[in-house]
Design a protein around this ligand. Structure first.
Ligand code: UDP
Length: 280
């Protein structure tokens, strides 16, 4: 039986999302595998932990927005030795809820196709031209992707892979995010920008469609396998995320980006046959 480690972060008010996540995972997630949960949290008790030996609670100090999500790879690597005992490692955002059975065939990388990592298309971007993707556009940032490049815009909230590939991904991004942080740089969409850089530079991954990251309001995607619960129903997200630290782009970079955006738009307009996914 394959062993799968699920990584889950729930500090502060995010812990309110845990019971719904666990209940749906136990019902639908990889039922043919042995799934264990590594929960990084600041609470001293998690729902079901005394009855379910597959729940491992690891203490994680809460941090102001966006550091818990941005520094997630450092957080995961605290459990690296334990994670080495698993065949696969997957991360899910706290507000994920599984809605239908998710099998090995649906979720795991396919070695016969040389896949080791798995990413999910972001439901708000998959049909757009790549110049519209909100990649980080600051050349000084380690998540930078130049305008006009990039095939997919993947979501930060769901990803996974085989153990070795996933641990390599964590080490690489942990180092790059730390290098940014030491220079006062925060990527535009935090971990998601870095994950997109990784996907861009390591393109042989399994790409799942946006039905594995189903946002209410972007529900043209069918069916819904993983539902992203609105966090607003659990706590005041705006108050929590007010005035986050951001990197300011220099006027020169702003100007360059504006110029490149215009150029990319023009090119795409004159070449409508350029590849773009259809919105379902
Ligand atoms: N998170 C957390 N505590 C925090 C902030 C974030 O536990 O104070 C975790 C949680 O797992 C969450 C993930 O980081 O799902 C990403 O944050 P969030 O979902 O708010 O990001 P967004 O949905 O805006 O991408």
């Amino acid at each position: 039986m394959k062993k799968v480690a699920v990584l889950y972060i729930a500090t502060g008010k995010y812990v309110r999302l845990w019971p719904g996540f666990l209940e749906s995972a136990e019902k639908y997630l990889l039922k043919s595998c042995e799934v264990e949960y590594f929960v990084f949290t600041d609470v001293d008790h998690l729902a079901e932990e005394e009855d379910n030996p597959r729940i491992h609670r690891i203490f994680q100090e809460p941090m102001p927005w966006p550091y818990t999500t941005l520094l997630r790879f450092e957080i995961f690597l605290k459990a690296e030795e334990q994670l080495k005992a698993f065949d696969y490692i997957y991360f899910f955002n706290a507000n994920c809820e599984f809605k239908q059975p998710i099998t090995e065939e649906m979720l795991l990388p396919r070695p016969e196709k040389h896949e080791h990592m798995v990413f999910v298309l972001h439901p708000a971007f998959y049909w757009r031209y790549n110049y519209e993707f909100t990649y980080d556009r600051n050349p000084r940032c380690k998540a930078y992707i130049p305008m006009g490049l990039g095939r997919d815009y993947v979501c930060g909230g769901i990803n996974g892979g085989d153990r070795d590939a996933y641990l390599k991904f964590c080490h690489t991004l942990q180092k790059r995010i730390r290098q940014d942080k030491d220079r006062g740089i925060i990527a535009l969409w935090h971990d998601e920008s870095h994950i997109n850089w990784y996907a861009f530079t390591h393109p042989h991954y399994r790409l799942l469609d946006a039905s594995f990251c189903f946002f209410p309001g972007w529900d043209t995607v069918k069916p819904c396998y993983i539902y992203i619960r609105p966090k607003e129903e659990y706590f005041d997200v705006d108050a929590f995320k007010r005035d986050p630290p951001k990197t300011q782009l220099s006027p020169k970079v702003e100007k360059y980006n504006e110029f490149m955006l215009k150029a990319a738009r023009k090119i795409q307009r004159h070449m409508p046959w350029l590849p773009r996914r259809k919105r379902e």
